[in-house]
Design a protein around this ligand. Structure first.
Ligand SMILES: Cc1cc2nc3c(=O)[nH]c(=O)nc-3n(C[C@H](O)[C@H](O)[C@H](O)COP(=O)(O)OP(=O)(O)OC[C@H]3O[C@@H](n4cnc5c(N)ncnc54)[C@H](O)[C@@H]3O)c2cc1C
Length: 222
């Protein structure tokens, strides 16, 4: 399939290393909340360097949105995306993704792993079906949290931040471990959605299963 050529309508940094891209939406372009596609930069020398990214916009929005963590030290695609501006173009390949909403549960995200959940939460909110879902969002520090205000507004008390390196007096840095899971999750018979670095996903899968969650209630990118 020929990739879709889309134009950048606007960009803005929403944390020191995370950039939001609003893109034109090709006619008839379809995706489900939680899905994404391989993208490439439409410039000489970059078209074959595909990277997976997730749509954060609603499927019904007139534009597409992506939220991208920039890794300047890799000198790869995201470092190049740091330089892209309004009017520059991206190539979108086939839509894919296995993270889809199945029913109320607990969402575990780390860093840029929040992206598939953003589209899911926005969609559920629009359909007034967000109630009963909880987000546990892990980041290094408060500065790294993506769209904190929107998440707090959407989920209220069912939104919990975990900081692994806050280093603030009176604040306990921690990871999501078995002890924390027991304290936070009373019911292991519900859906668990997990997205983040590979190690984060595998650790949570293991701990949740050990605590009684059944494998078919765990939703993650395979
Ligand atoms: C299904 C899926 C959906 C995704 N959706 C999103 C999204 O919506 N937003 C988003 O920001 N990201 C998303 N990602 C992650 C994103 O694809 C990667 O961050 C991106 O490919 C990095 O590309 P790059 O060319 O800049 O870096 P690459 O050079 O491709 O590096 C990619 C990874 O390799 C490792 N690595 C490589 N070089 C170094 C180095 N020098 N030092 C340390 N580590 C290194 C890191 O673990 C890094 O994350 C998604 C990934 C998957 C699998």
């Amino acid at each position: 399939m020929e990739p879709h050529v889309v134009e950048i309508k606007s960009t803005v940094y929403i944390t020191p290393d995370v950039k939001r891209f609003v893109l034109t939406k090709p006619k008839g372009f379809k995706f489900k909340p939680g899905q994404g596609c391989d993208i490439a930069i439409d410039e000489d020398g970059w078209r074959s360097r595909r990277r997976p990214m997730t749509f954060t916009s609603l499927p019904t929005s007139r534009s597409l949105e992506m939220i991208v963590k920039i890794y300047p030290e890799h000198k790869g695609v995201t470092a190049r995306m740091a330089l892209l501006r309004k009017g520059d173009r991206l190539l979108l390949h086939e839509v894919f993704g296995t993270i889809q909403y199945k029913g109320p549960g607990v969402f575990f995200a780390a860093g840029a792993g929040i992206t598939p959940f953003l589209s899911i939460f926005r969609d559920l909110h629009k359909r007034k079906e967000l109630k009963g879902n909880t987000l546990i969002y892990s980041n290094k520090t408060g500065h790294d949290v993506i769209l904190q205000e929107e998440l707090a507004k959407l989920l209220g008390k069912r939104y919990l931040n975990i900081f692994t390196r806050e280093r603030v007096i009176g604040f306990r840095d921690r990871r999501i471990d078995r002890e924390l899971l027991i304290a936070l999750v009373q019911d292991f018979d519900q859906y668990f959605y997990i997205c983040g670095p590979e190690r984060f996903v595998s650790d949570l899968q293991r701990m949740l299963t050990e605590l009684g969650a059944s494998a078919d209630t765990l939703v993650f990118e395979a």
